[in-house]
Structures are given as structure tokens and as C-alpha cells.
Design a binder for this molecule. Sequence first.
Ligand code: CA
Ligand code: CA
Ligand code: CA
Length: 233
Amino acid sequence: MPRATHLSPSVPVLRTLGPAGRLLLALGAVLALVLGVRPAPAQAASFTGTLAQAIAQIPTAGESNTGYDRNLFPHWVDANGDCQNARQEVLISEADATVMYTTSGKCTVASGRWYSYYDRVSWTNPGDVDIDHMVPLAEAWGSGARSWTTARRQAYANDLGDHRTLVGVTDNVNQAKGDKDPNDWMPTYDRCRYVAEWVAVKIRWGLSADSAEKSALSGYAAGCSNTVTVSTA
Ligand SMILES: [Ca+2]
Ligand SMILES: [Ca+2]
Ligand SMILES: [Ca+2]
């Protein structure tokens, strides 16, 4: 018998029911309203929790950098077409002093002041500031981005939608970090912030973590009181 017959009784069926049957039907309808009509939950669009809960949220998986090439993550792009590429956009948004530009077109930053929290140093020449991919491109590749489209990898490499993905830091500190995850490299200062931002970026982009990285994150997190709130990209 077609299932729809059960779910949508016709009026003649109602007429054949006694008062008790109609009452049961009405109760069923109320129950359906309370329990049944909520749409199935969509994939979580955001996460909020303690740092430990956030770490638990990240799937554990082995990483492989086979096939990685920096060019598979096109950057820096100018997604909104205002002539400022993503590097310039981050410099402009993170500056804590008035930004000067190389030309009146304001495409390229000439000077300002940027605080690198990894080493607690400020710079006024943008040439001293690297825009760090919090989760390095090679790390992203190994922990999930190898199965993405180039368009999604480009969105990741130029992510202006969450200030934690791209962070202006002292150039030689960024170079020391290289492609390393928190099991192999940590900044000198503000490690709780660093771990919380690392974890937020991994959740935002649905990236996994290898087991050594997870252990390292949990070890650092044990001494942190941070909470993590993040929207998925
Ligand atoms: Ca732009
Ligand atoms: Ca802009
Ligand atoms: Ca890793």
C-alpha cells in the first residue's frame, strides 16, 4: 500500500473514525507539529565551544603532501576588483596607524604600522610584514585541500571572511614557521591565541589534523581558557 495513504488520510477516512479515533488523529497532528515538522538539520554553519571541544571537532587523519604545489592555491587575488589584492587588503585591515599608498589609486600600501603578535614586534614598512596563512598552504593540502577544486583553494588562500585565516607577521618569523603545524613550530608569544586561531581555521575549512598535531594542540590547550567561535566557509 502506498505510504502516502497513511500520512495523508482522506476526508472519507476521517468520517469513518469515531470520536476517540479523531482525538488520536488530532493528538498525532499536534505531535507531528511539535516533533516532526522541523526540517532536517543542515550541515552546521558555525561552531562555538571551548578550545578542547573545538579540537575534538577536528577529524583526525593522516596527512600526505604528495602532489602539493603552491601554484595550486592561486594568490594573491583581488576578489572584489578594487585593485587591492588580498595581501593589500589584510595590510589595510590590520594596520594600527594611518596607511599611506604608493599612488593616488590606493592599490598598494606604502607604509603604516603592523603588530606581529607571534613575536610582539611592530613594523612600519610593509616589506617587513608577511601575510601568513595561519594553516600553511601545504598543511591545508595535506589535511583536506588536495580534494578541493582550484576555486575553493583560491578562496582559502585569499580568505578575507575570517581575520584568523590570514595574519600579518614579521617576515622572518613567517619564514621560520614555513609549512609547519603546531607539533613542529609555535610562536614565542600568545600561544593560546595561536592554537585557538589554528583550530578555528581548521574548522572553518573542514580540514583534518594528524594525530601528532592533535596531541600537540591538546597539550597547549590544557593551559588555555579560550573559547572558539567560527563560521564554516
Ligand atoms: Ca580587493
Ligand atoms: Ca579594499
Ligand atoms: Ca598537520
